[in-house]
Design a protein around this ligand. Structure first.
Ligand code: GLN
Length: 206
């Protein structure tokens, strides 16, 4: 499976590492040409205002939107989730408007208010997922065709899926648990997702 990771800003290297540990081919995407032949694309966490500007500068908005509307799997984590939203609570950044959700940036406060939270993810069995939230956004509106896969204890959704589009407020690429990456590779047409497969990705060596 060829999975692209948008590599203009943010923690793309960590996503590439997890993808490789689960046997997918990770391809860094910096220009529209790099999208050719991909089975799926991950938009990583980082800073969505910067991501938004760089996607415009490198002409990536249209091609990424076309890829999503042609039925390819696209997953946004954190800032990537902000980019996938239909609307956000501020004028900047300008999201790609691919998923029928509304998102609030920095919903938990500043960097020091980052936190970790065990999450029950739909379809992942009894083992909770360790969610790492870094100056994270939250989903404040969920459209009719959107499934909530995980929510915080207060009920606010933090993982959603609409067809082959996936969005998470948290950072699965920063844990040793590759289940969300496996789930996404399955969405992109890879081996079907097995929640009982060994959950541990090899630690990243820099
Ligand atoms: N706070 C960032 C933003 O609004 C997102 C942070 C992240 O991706 N970890 O874009």
């Amino acid at each position: 499976m060829n999975i692209g990771v948008l590599a203009v800003q943010g923690d793309f290297a960590e996503h590439c590492h997890v993808l490789r540990t689960i046997g997918a081919t990770a391809i860094e995407v910096r220009l529209p040409d790099h999208l050719a032949g991909l089975d799926g694309l991950i938009i990583p966490g980082g800073e969505s205002t910067t991501l938004s500007r760089l996607m415009s500068l490198y002409g990536l908005r249209e091609p990424v939107a076309r890829m999503a509307s042609s039925g390819k799997a696209v997953w946004g984590t954190c800032a990537g989730m902000i980019m996938l939203a239909n609307e956000i609570t501020e004028a900047d950044p300008v999201p790609l408007q691919l998923m029928d959700v509304g998102v609030q940036r920095n919903a938990f406060g500043r960097q020091v208010d980052s936190f970790e939270q065990a999450l029950a993810i739909r379809g992942f069995g009894d083992d909770e997922y360790h969610g790492i939230f870094i100056r994270a956004p939250v989903i404040i509106r969920v459209g009719a065709g959107v499934d909530v896969l995980a929510a915080l204890p207060d009920g606010r959704p933090v993982a959603v899926q609409q067809g082959k589009l996936l969005a998470t407020s948290f950072h699965p690429e920063l844990t040793a648990d590759a289940r969300v990456h496996r789930y996404f590779v399955a969405l992109a047409g890879g081996p079907s997702f097995d929640p009982d497969a060994p959950a541990i990705a090899a630690p990243r060596v820099r």
